[in-house]
Design a protein around this ligand. Structure first.
Ligand SMILES: [Zn+2]
Ligand SMILES: [Zn+2]
Length: 245
């Protein structure tokens, strides 16, 4: 639980009753931080250095603020990708625990880091009209008990003052796990997996917990743009760094 003096009633109550502790090293954390993460552990988190604004993958310092060569040649379906941290140790372990068990504070801690980063770097220039969480199929929802992307979207909506559209985008097919598949197999897997209903604003932010190859986000972006959305930004807690070799 992230303790936030301006959060929900439960958060405010816990903020008053229980002293916050760091998610990683368990040290007591100053309440002023409003984050269950100490300054040292926050500094040591894996990050994507100098990200390409388009795909969110690392560039070198001298290339920073430029679009990478891969995006120039083959631009992603979305317009901009922002992540709080890199999907590497210990983030991957913590995010997995949160997704499997739900009660870990990792999701809320990383979402707050993402909200702070977006508030500084993205919202002043590129404020979307609404947030859309990547939906999960009802069978997975039933097994897991919650949709991680939807809980990130709700917290971002509260912290950034943006509306969350939770019903317009639906997952109508349970897609098998994408790990170990080629890009083409992933695309085939996702064909027809999502539907859109109702009207959508011109500029939306699509929210997911982890973006790896981006095949899910790309599929949804193409669908949203077919339904009149002009601009889609992707916001995720963690971006998988480029794999070398
Ligand atoms: Zn710590
Ligand atoms: Zn790029």
């Amino acid at each position: 639980m992230v303790y936030n003096a301006s959060g929900t009633l439960t958060e405010r109550l816990l903020f008053t009753l229980i002293p916050p502790h760091c998610l990683l090293c368990q040290a007591a954390v100053n309440r002023e931080r409003q984050l269950d993460l100490c300054a040292g552990c926050e500094r040591d988190l894996p990050r994507i250095d100098w990200p390409c604004p388009r795909c969110g993958l690392a560039l070198t310092e001298s290339e920073y603020s430029l679009t990478c060569g891969a995006c120039l040649k083959n631009p992603p379906a979305w317009n901009r990708c922002s992540s709080a941290v890199a999907y590497a140790e210990p983030v991957n372990r913590l995010v997995l625990q949160w997704k499997q068990r739900g009660h870990s504070p990792a999701g809320r801690v990383f979402t707050r880091l993402l909200a702070r980063q977006l508030a500084m770097q993205v919202i002043p220039m590129d404020r979307p009209d609404a947030i859309l969480p990547v939906p999960q199929h009802w069978q997975r929802h039933w097994r897991r008990g919650f949709n991680p992307a939807a809980s990130i979207a709700r917290q971002l909506g509260r912290e950034l003052g943006l509306p969350v559209l939770g019903r317009q985008l639906q997952r109508v097919q349970a897609t098998p796990a994408q790990q170990g598949l080629t890009a083409r197999q992933r695309r085939r897997n996702l064909k027809g997996a999502f539907t859109v209903s109702g009207t959508l604003p011109a500029h939306v932010a699509l929210v997911d917990d982890v973006v790896t190859t981006g095949s899910t986000a790309s599929e949804i972006c193409r669908l949203l743009k077919k339904h009149g959305v002009e601009r889609v930004d992707v916001w995720c807690l963690a971006r998988t760094p480029k794999q070398h070799g």
